[in-house]
Design a protein around this ligand. Structure first.
Ligand code: ADE
Length: 229
């Protein structure tokens, strides 16, 4: 699949896209990520992408022209003919991005993520592009870049072939809504007086499965209460 990112800060992405699962998915050809600098679509001497809001108020807004030109170029150059691209604006005012949305996006062929900065976008960006508005959480980031990284990562690891044999996207936290995994342990069996639960050392697969199901149930309830898992 293709994910294209429109941003004022393309330099923020290099390490995140090159390392670990994202890096491997890209090298394997499972994921093709493009970075587009919104500033390349400005036409004034100062390459300004923002301006003051009409009616007053704090901060600056992203101007409609460079953002929309940038997305139009992405759609023209990288869209897949006959298939609709999904355009997503990252904003704290958007719909919450969860594992269900990650799954939904992983089934797309082309996604365009548009990163906001400053106080947000001129409304005409939204009117012209009719994008999905998406938030990665109920807090305000300095811009949409870190949100775009989170979305790209969560989607990429669901693509067939992105994870290695030792990794799995099916038996993990949030694979089902509200479900948190049982605690996990590796060697040694005792460390600083803390012992691995006997069930996990028993070699009895049915007993291990029962223990995991019960611990997962308890943790999920506790997490829903907002308590520490
Ligand atoms: N931009 C700033 N804060 C954001 C958030 N929480 N989600 C998505 N984009 C954002």
């Amino acid at each position: 699949m293709r994910i294209d990112i429109a941003t004022l800060f393309p330099g923020m992405f290099a390490e995140v896209l090159d390392q670990s699962i994202l890096g491997r998915a890209r090298r394997a050809g499972v994921l093709d990520v493009g970075l587009f600098d919104i500033r390349d679509f400005t036409s004034d001497r100062h390459r300004s992408a923002d301006d003051r809001p009409y009616g007053g108020g704090p901060g600056m807004l992203l101007r409609p022209e460079p953002v929309v030109l940038c997305v139009e170029r992405i759609l023209a150059e990288r869209g897949v003919s006959g298939r609709r691209s999904r355009v997503v604006l990252l904003t704290p005012a958007g719909r919450a991005f969860g594992q269900a949305e990650a799954r939904e996006f992983a089934a797309e062929i082309h996604i365009v993520l548009v990163c906001g900065r400053y106080e947000g976008f001129d409304q005409r960006v939204i009117d012209a592009l009719r994008p999905d508005l998406l938030s990665v959480g109920p807090y305000v980031l300095s811009g949409g870049e870190i949100a775009a990284m989170a979305v790209t990562d969560a989607v990429a690891r669901l693509l067939p072939g992105a994870l290695g044999d030792a990794e799995s996207a099916s038996v993990e936290t949030h694979a089902e809504p509200g479900v948190v995994e049982a605690p996990q342990y590796t060697r040694p069996p005792e460390w600083r007086g803390l012992r691995v639960p006997e069930e996990l050392l028993s070699g009895d697969h049915a007993r291990i499965a029962r223990w995991r199901a019960e611990e997962s149930r308890k943790r999920s309830l506790r997490t829903q209460d907002g308590r520490r898992p």
